[in-house]
Design a protein around this ligand. Structure first.
Ligand code: CO
Length: 265
């Protein structure tokens, strides 16, 4: 399958999927408290997704056993929720969620603080989010895909962080994962990636480590951790390419109120 251009009616469905997923993140993020298990978080998230009339897209995807990927501290992505994994004050927790609304997907992730966290952990969360916005400044028709990749990677590497290169973002639409792959680091010349066109929808998702970029898969075959056990953060949104600045389909109301859209200008 090649890169798809969404029709106006498909875009409407993806807007609605994104709006609902943003609500899930906004509400779930506020529920995260010390003493919860990662399974409690998954249960809450799944309930929210279903209450808005959506299907959790991760559940049973390639055998993944939950609706929300919950990845704590040195876990990068795809943490499997467990009743035995209790989060505590000072942890950072990456919540990755996907919803299907009338056949169309939205995918987004946020790393949230559990109570008070260290300055280093907060800086990592902030750099990860900023790298996303630096990247999508380049996400407009006429530019090339790897302009986004280079902007994300350069931003984080220049600040001393490790950009995960073993996992990438992706096209999204009627499927969770569509072409193209969206790397988070500069690609070797002369590779530019596809030319961006209005109607393309992408899940852009920098995964950034406080230490080295290398990651490992654990024995559960899902959970990805940093090789050096440094903290890792994740920030992902589903975006729509337009002639001008991209439309971020899964941005939360709190993020809009915080002025994040100004970061695109
Ligand atoms: Co994704």
């Amino acid at each position: 399958m090649s890169v798809t251009i969404k029709s106006d009616s498909e875009i409407e469905l993806m807007r609605e999927a994104g709006r609902i997923l943003a609500l899930v993140h906004q509400n779930l993020g506020k529920e995260i408290k010390p003493g919860m298990s990662t399974l409690d978080i998954d249960r809450l998230g799944e309930e929210m997704i279903r209450s808005y009339g959506c299907i959790p897209s991760f559940l049973n995807y390639c055998g993944y056993p939950a609706s929300i990927c919950v990845s704590v501290n040195e876990e990068v992505v795809h943490g499997i929720p467990s009743k035995d994994r209790i989060i505590k004050e000072g942890d950072i927790v990456s919540l990755d969620a996907g919803v299907i609304y009338n056949g169309y997907h939205s995918d987004a992730a946020r790393t949230v603080a559990v109570g008070e966290i260290s300055k280093e952990a907060q800086a990592l969360i902030d750099v990860t989010r900023m790298s996303f916005f630096e990247g999508i400044k380049k996400a407009k028709a006429g530019n090339h895909l790897y302009d986004i990749s280079a902007a994300i990677g350069d931003y984080a590497t220049a600040r001393g962080y490790g950009v995960v290169y073993d996992l990438v973002g992706h096209g999204i639409g009627a499927n969770l994962h569509e072409e193209p792959e969206v790397p988070n680091f500069r690609q070797r010349w002369p590779h530019k990636g596809i030319k961006l066109r209005p109607g393309m929808t992408l899940a852009v998702e920098p995964m950034i480590n406080a230490g080295a970029p290398e990651v490992l898969w654990t024995d559960d075959e899902w959970t990805v951790i940093t090789e050096d056990r440094s903290l890792s953060a994740h920030y992902e949104n589903t975006i729509l390419i337009t002639e001008g600045e991209p439309e971020i389909l899964s941005l939360t109301e709190d993020e809009k109120a915080a002025g994040y859209l100004d970061l695109l200008r």
